[in-house]
Write a protein of this length. Structure first.
Lengths: 338, 338
DNA sequence: TTGAAAGCGCTAACAA
DNA sequence: TTGTTAGCGCTTTCAA
């Protein structure tokens, strides 16, 4: 059996509560006793039992991280590792641990979230995505459980939830405008799953830019694909077999763009000679495509870092009101546009 | 305050212990009372407190996942997401949760591991890497704490630890032989950080193949780089500025290979025309390079899945003895070799 | 088949 | 400044 607070107490000739206070470094304990207790801890090799502490405390010092059906698409995308990197950094700074959702289906994930909340496994939750018809957020709101969304709430009043997001609408709009500035009018859009709010925003921005410029929005220039690997390739096939091929492409994800570039190369369509391509995310390897891709850096790491920051201050200060953080984006010009 | 076992007990007119038994679905409780208790749980919206359970039980149903300094190189590499995907799947199947290490330095990570072990945060640990001078494994062994290594123990008796690995020596040897079969004799090797055991094994395999074929091992054909993004590019510069340029390259990581291919393209060296390239890992996007890369599929997902499998059976059966699992690899031939 | 009660290891209110 | 003690919510032994 492991060394407990009582053992230490005996050894140091104090009460268990005193030991507890020493651990918490309470100012009401004299330096002398602190020393004595600490020595006893060292000698016995004491380490606190975190479960006992959590039980007494109602605080776990851990954050639940919820991602979309982890097994399938999610982890394929460097977005998640990178956002977790940001989360991880901040969490570590503040002494929080990370508990990861492992569910594969929406329902499984929902069950896990319930477990985290009801079971007292975590002090707060980070939602790494926002879906159109999502049960999790309403549940969390109803429970009054601290959480922060990375993305934007949908069908939910914005000031009911703290969230960290990019201005995806604007980013997509800017990108479209950028292409028009380069002289393009036939601009294709390769988007993600329409269930995700980010996709909706991208699409809106794209359309708005065209409308502003009096360029008709053509439905056959808009394709959606969920799968990153094949998705980009399939999309290219669809778009390039049109009568009027687009001269520029907006692709909402760098990994998809790899597929797009590959397929274009296979078709002997040169980039940016025959067609320009703009992408989103600026994941590390996006520098390594040929040609290197022009892409919108959305500062993924920051999204994670900021969200964690918000969450922790929410945990520490539950009635502080909701916040909204917009992480700026930035167009990184490389070789794929002309 | 949340609904507890006592509330349920009152409602159902039984003792708390009975409720506990119903939760565990003990066979010593009559179906009738089970029904009654379950109904009471439903009505009150009961959910078990996991911390209390863990405290009483000394079991957390969670697995600690330890990766190398997460913030820097680690998560950039699709290896980790993919291995976690495998871990996640198996863990979820068995009702285990995942607790992630967040430390940035070796020491921080070591501290975290101690916390996990001493603090009773997790039931077992998954080590996602094996380093040459690692303190963690000896600690875990000394503590008799259940853990499984992905990789191979180094400087530690193999039958003291359960591990899941590829035969990296053989894979590298095969790959080298494959290149020689294609007629290459000047084969460069672009490896990772020599602190990692996998790198050592790769290098050994490479050298052995050359030796067997009576081809001298040239030190200037061997380069090591840790960083995936720039690493591949720098390595190419080094190798291609040699008097006698290699005609084939072995690169130990797909992401690095992206850098390699890019740099070669920039130098107007064609692949596989001027130089052949073989890579390792077969990460998803390795299909999306141009040319597509010939690479060794190491079945990353399986590594994670198997390791988790081993760990859980170790947790459930502590004195079952250590195991060693070798996940087979497979050369995936694509376009980058000739 | 069920209940009473002790205990897991820690914290915190209350007393001294 | 320190000690006593009652929980936190659950499991499990022992008794009935």
């Amino acid at each position: 059996m492991a060394v407990t607070i009582k053992d230490v107490a005996k050894r140091a000739n104090v009460a268990p509560s005193t030991v507890s206070r020493v651990i918490a470094n309470s100012s009401r304990i004299s330096e002398k006793t602190k020393e004595r207790v600490r020595e006893a801890m060292k000698e016995l090799g004491y380490h606190p039992n975190l479960n006992a502490r959590s039980l007494a405390n109602k605080s776990t010092k851990t954050i639940g991280v919820v991602m979309p059906n982890s097994a399938k698409i999610a982890f394929q995308n460097p977005f998640f590792p990178e956002v977790i990197r940001g989360i991880s950094t901040k969490a570590h700074q503040e002494g929080f641990g990370l508990y990861l959702s492992t569910g594969q289906s929406e329902d499984e994930i929902f069950e896990e979230v319930k477990q985290m909340v009801y079971g007292g496994r975590v002090d707060g939750i980070l939602l790494l995505y926002s879906r159109v018809n999502d049960k999790i957020m309403p549940f969390l709101i109803e429970q009054g459980f601290p959480f922060v969304l990375i993305g934007r709430p949908y069908n939910i009043d914005e000031d009911q939830v703290t969230f960290v997001n990019n201005d995806n609408f604007k980013a997509a709009k800017t990108v479209t405008e950028y292409l028009m500035l380069l002289g393009h009018e036939k601009i294709g859009f390769i988007g993600g799953n329409l269930d995700y709010v980010v996709t909706i925003d991208h699409l809106k921005g794209y359309k708005q830019a065209l409308i502003n410029a009096n360029i008709p929005v053509r439905d056959d220039y808009i394709v959606h694909h969920e799968e990153l690997e094949k998705g980009g390739q399939d999309a290219v096939i669809e778009l390039m077999s049109l009568e009027q091929r687009p001269t520029a492409l907006i692709v909402v994800d760098d990994i998809m763009t790899f597929g797009v570039l590959k397929m274009l190369a296979d078709m002997n369509v040169t980039v940016p000679g025959d067609i320009s391509v703009v992408s989103f995310n600026n994941v590390m390897i996006s520098e390594l495509s040929s040609p290197t891709m022009t892409t919108v850096d959305i500062h993924i790491y920051d999204l994670g870092y900021q969200a964690t920051n918000c969450l922790i201050s929410k945990i520490n200060n539950p009635d502080n009101g909701e916040k909204k953080v917009i992480v700026p984006h930035r167009l990184v010009k490389r070789q794929s546009c002309k």
